[in-house]
Design a protein around this ligand. Structure first.
Ligand SMILES: Nc1ncnc2c1ncn2[C@@H]1O[C@H](COP(=O)(O)OP(=O)(O)OP(=O)(O)O)[C@@H](O)[C@H]1O
Ligand SMILES: [Mg+2]
Length: 366
């Protein structure tokens, strides 16, 4: 089905899978070959975006020194980074860090005081219509027209992009979001989680290559959250660029390739998730036993209750520790091994004023 977009036809309907959505047949929303073709078509029209001559690929998203004030408040302060086509990019930060404001700049809802932003090479200010066409935004707030049905809501959204007679595509979206039986239900009769699904449908209805999700799973039950992530992950595998904000750090750690952390409108860290974790990486063995072998006394960081917290340099050291316990005939009552996760890194970088290696080196670059 063609709806006047350079993306190929959407999902092919298949058998329902265990996650409640149908399995996707090979006809991808945005296949790799099509993406390469589309990018080669786009490259002659690259904007003078400061990436230098001979740039081979248009970034899916690019922020160049974007700043925005609201009165006295500096909501965004000199934000610069790029997101490559096909990336799954996480934008994290505490409440009020500036995530929604940054996303609103991309969608043209907030104008930066200085700096520029691009979607698939289109300036969001000077080439608004083209940039907006490349972008699907799932907003943080659930807003809907209570007098429209689900299908009418999606038809209206398609109409904003000049797309008509898109019912086949709408059916596909409804099917993949598990909303087929709600198509003719009034929006106000849907549960909160169902309304969120419709918001995702609205973001997809014009088949944008870049999808921005601003806390799409806030207030959504565990089952639906997992189903939505399966769906979003598949869109990403099929070539869509995803920019996600979430307060569920486990999700960001699982789904995202690179992560930017915002604090008070500034990027305090930006890197691949593994590199982001590595400056803080620590493996701790939590050992409950009568004592620690003599050779390990210096490795005990502290006591927590009856447990010794012993720092390991790598997982292999666990074997050495176990061997030492056996050799000294020390029975183990309990032993747990813990590794630094994104939540701990996030709290270190955004929870206090404490400076950190990642904060200094992560920088606002891509
Ligand atoms: N239209 C506005 N007028 C005045 N201040 C605003 C406006 N929009 C946002 N702000 C302020 O800008 C700052 C950043 O807000 P933003 O909504 O971008 O944060 P956020 O990172 O998305 O937070 P959350 O995690 O709570 O969604 C906040 O201090 C907010 O109060
Ligand atoms: Mg927000």
């Amino acid at each position: 089905m063609k709806v006047g977009c350079w993306l190929p036809a959407g999902f092919a309907r298949g058998a329902r899978s265990t996650d409640g959505y149908s399995c996707c047949a090979p006809a991808a929303l945005f296949g790799v070959r099509e993406r390469e073709k589309a990018l080669s078509r786009l490259s002659p029209t690259l904007p003078a975006s400061g990436r230098g001559k001979g740039a081979l690929m248009t970034s899916a998203v690019e922020f160049q020194a974007v700043s925005r004030r609201f009165g006295e408040l500096q909501a965004l302060d000199d934000i610069s980074f790029t997101i490559a086509p096909g990336e799954f990019f996480g934008l994290l930060g505490p409440n009020g860090a500036g995530k929604t404001t940054l996303i609103s700049v991309l969608g043209g809802l907030v104008r930066p005081n200085s700096g520029r932003a691009f979607v698939m090479g289109h300036d969001v200010t000077t080439d608004y219509l083209n940039s907006r066409r490349q972008l699907g935004v799932v907003p943080q707030e659930v807003v809907f027209d209570p007098f429209l049905t689900v299908r009418e809501t999606l038809r209206f959204q398609a109409g904003y992009f000049g797309l008509y007679r898109v019912d086949d595509w709408i059916d596909e979206i409804l099917h993949h979001l598990g909303l087929s039986d709600k198509a003719d239900k009034n929006m106000r009769t849907l549960s909160g989680g169902m309304k969120r699904r419709v918001l995702i449908g609205q973001a997809l209805v014009h088949k944008p290559p870049v999808i921005v999700l601003d806390e799409p799973t806030a207030g959504v039950d565990v089952e639906l959250r997992h189903a939505l992530w399966t769906f979003i992950s598949r869109l990403n595998k099929e070539g869509h660029t995803i920019l996600l904000t979430t307060h569920y750090l486990r999700e960001a750690e699982t789904l995202c390739d690179r992560i930017a952390m915002l604090k008070s409108g500034r990027v305090v860290a930006l890197d691949h998730k593994h590199r982001l974790l590595s400056p803080f990486e620590m493996i701790v063995a939590r050992l409950t036993a009568a004592r620690v072998p003599d050779a390990w006394q210096t490795r005990v960081r502290r006591m927590e209750g009856q447990s010794f917290l012993i720092e390991l340099n790598h997982f292999e050291e666990l074997e050495t520790l176990l061997a030492a316990l056996r050799a000294d005939n020390i029975p183990i009552e309990d032993l747990q091994v813990e590794q630094t996760d994104l939540e701990q890194v996030f709290l270190r970088l955004t929870g206090s004023d404490q400076e950190s290696p990642a904060a200094n080196s992560g920088g606002s670059s891509s």
